[in-house]
Ligand binder design. Sequence first.
Ligand SMILES: Cc1ncc(COP(=O)(O)O)c(C=O)c1O
Length: 447
Amino acid sequence: MGTAIRPLGARAGMAQKGDRNGFPSPARGAKETRAQTLTPPLSPPRGARGQDLETPIVFEALNAQPPDSLLGLIKAYNSDGRTGKIDLGVGVYRDAHGNTPVLKAVKAAERILLDTQDTKKYLGPEGDAGFSAGLQPIIFGDAHPLAGRIAALQTPGGTGALRLGAELIRAANADAAVRVGTPTWPNHTPIFAAAGLKIVAHRFADLATQAVDFEAVRQGLASASPGDVVLLHGCCHNPTGVDFSRAQWKEIAETLKARKLIPFVDLAYQGLGDGLEEDARATRLVLETVDEALVAYSCDKNFGLYRDRVGALYVVARDSGETAKVMSNLAALARVAWSMPPDHGAAVVRIILERPDLVAMWREELDVMRARINGNRAALAAADPALAFIRDQRGLFSNLAMTKPQAVALRDRHAIYCADSGRINLAGMQPADAGAIVAALKAEGCL
Ligand SMILES: Cc1ncc(COP(=O)(O)O)c(C=O)c1O
């Protein structure tokens, strides 16, 4: 017989006098101990619906979840034997050789870390405070006006920052809705939903025109209630590459302030669009305008640290008193989620940021990544006038208007891999591939 778990409701007072494993039975009403909780009952209990509780049935209730379609795409690409295959599906930066190498600045910092780290003792839920402080001038500017108003905490990647921010919102105002422009990164909505928040979507961009649908954004914000949260991509929008203009950001910031809406800026690609300073401008403009805000930051792309899971959550509060309260809540929420974040990648970023020579090396490598992405954008735009918009978009991704059968046909007939949604990663191509990509898009009626 298996080790059946005592059913809920089989409390201590119901136990027999002693059991077959020799554990003593408590007196009626005595406090149940852990040992007794794990003790198998003498006869198989039956649940409320009469089922045999010795048969594990809990997981039977689960629905199978669809696999990540991009992982399937990677597998299919790897097993495709055709020469000249092109991978526009992958979600990471690739160099001219198709590799995603460890940055030289990261390698140098890792060597320093290896030589100098003398303990692995716990850091605490805030993680590496030097890391989250070191990033602040890069994100907020050297002389930002937010001193004393920022609660900062290291997180497992940008994903961890988004989830922790969502939990903070839920703790502060469970009725808050999260306003999300679509299309967006497919993980955004599930992250906020998993934290128990309501999501209200509005259209952000129209793939047919490849432009922001600003009227839809205006309406989305106009229908929001005070205290609602507005998710904004700080730069390099994923999946469209379409970003708001400066004038649109200004209007959004003023609307947020006037309507008492809380911006949640997702800044996952700083430096991969127009430059570190340029890519932070929209975030800074919003933060200068509003009283309260959240910023989820990822170092996984701009430092190439993907699997090391390096991110931070910054929460801007009204004054230093509220900032301290926010910080204590963030620490408590992190404690029950992951206790403390993984150290290695954040320590590497901190070491880079502490040393001017490594900062210079990292900036140079970031410049190379950005130049390659924008060079590929220019090559694809030049290959056909109908793709001219790609030159003006920013970041790793653009989203071509196509149907799923068209995306499948690009794969099957032309060995060009992109997401079923039509999202392409510009770092997955070489400039010389532009002609073949355009020919395939035309053959499948995508252009
Ligand atoms: C827009 C956006 N936000 C956040 C993330 C999460 O980044 P991380 O890998 O650091 O969790 C991603 C990752 O692809 C992203 O595209």
